[in-house]
Ligand binder design. Structure first.
Ligand SMILES: NC(=O)c1ccc[n+]([C@@H]2O[C@H](COP(=O)([O-])OP(=O)(O)OC[C@H]3O[C@@H](n4cnc5c(N)ncnc54)[C@H](O)[C@@H]3O)[C@@H](O)[C@H]2O)c1
Length: 262
């Protein structure tokens, strides 16, 4: 246990598993009260374990970030239970891929609904509270992706959603700077999570690979020689949420083992 986020309240969306859960764990470990949001009606086993480890400090809120009515309810419930939000981690997202000529409107709508619309309106709802409360040290961390840095032939819609995350991060950072609220993004590379199990299965389908082969290939291609773990990303989130990052805003931080240099 450390105290970098002591007395802080961190709200993490999509934190039932994967990177979001690891960020929730790291923030609780750093002394924060944590509100965990995900779609399932009941908390996952990982969230239950976190609640046992940090009694009274971790609350679970079932909500769909694509629904405006859910956003109002979970943001209000988080604040009522744990006080003003110091850091929002906008992590919920979905992944789909298809060859460009087959990338259809339904897939576009599903991806943009969560990754862009959900991300933006959760951020807006929490920022309104941060501005009203003049919360000291307030910040937002959006989960972008290396996929937002350049296009990919099979992944056009998802790449576009993550480019939008980077752009909204910059606009929100400029809008919020006069209020002393920082807005940054983290851009992971390839991280071994439930999402990557889906990515691997879809690449297997479109590239005729054996299951697990794409994961092996992308891990080997990382300059540091392996896929990331959710915990590799969580440390960057704790840093960006902390006062150590007090002069950092409008940035998208690559946490990817060296895949992207920008
Ligand atoms: N895994 C990677 O390699 C990788 C790489 C780059 C960026 N990212 C980004 O990091 C973030 C986390 O990725 P992950 O790999 O842990 O994904 P994941 O699929 O393992 O977890 C995402 C979580 O979001 C939740 N979620 C999805 N739609 C939701 C909705 N409408 N409302 C509420 N919750 C919802 C899911 O239930 C799930 O628990 C995402 O933004 C993803 O795009 C991941």
């Amino acid at each position: 246990m450390n105290t970098r986020l002591a007395q802080r309240h961190v709200l993490v969306t999509g934190a039932g598993g994967g990177i979001g859960l690891a960020i929730a764990q790291a923030c609780a470990q750093a002394g924060a009260r944590v509100s965990v949001v995900d779609r399932a009606a009941q908390p996952s086993d990982g969230v239950k374990g976190l609640q046992l480890l940090h009694p009274g400090a971790v609350q679970y809120l079932a909500a769909d970030v694509t629904k405006a009515e859910d956003i109002e309810v979970f943001v209000a419930a988080a604040i009522e239970q744990s006080g003003p939000v110091h850091t929002l981690v906008n992590n919920a997202a979905v992944f789909e891929m298809a060859p460009l000529l087959q990338a259809d409107a339904d897939s576009f709508d599903r991806l943009f609904a969560v990754n862009v619309k959900g991300m933006f309106f959760v951020m807006q709802a929490v920022l309104r509270h941060m501005v009203d409360a003049a919360t000291p040290g307030a910040s937002v961390i959006n989960l972008a992706s290396q996929a937002g840095r350049r296009g990919e032939a099979l992944v056009a819609h998802y790449c576009a959603t993550k480019a939008a995350v980077i752009s909204y991060t910059q606009s929100a950072a400029l809008a919020m700077a006069p209020h002393g609220i920082r807005v940054n993004a983290i851009s992971p590379g390839v991280v071994d999570t439930p999402m990557w199990a889906q990515v691997d299965a879809q690449f297997a389908r479109y590239e005729g690979l054996a299951l697990g082969e794409k994961k092996r290939q992308v891990g080997l291609a990382v300059p540091l020689g392996r896929m990331g773990t959710p915990q590799d990303i969580a440390g960057a989130a704790v840093f960006l949420a902390s006062d150590e990052a007090r002069y950092i805003t409008a940035q998208t931080l690559n946490v990817d083992g060296g895949n992207v240099m920008s």
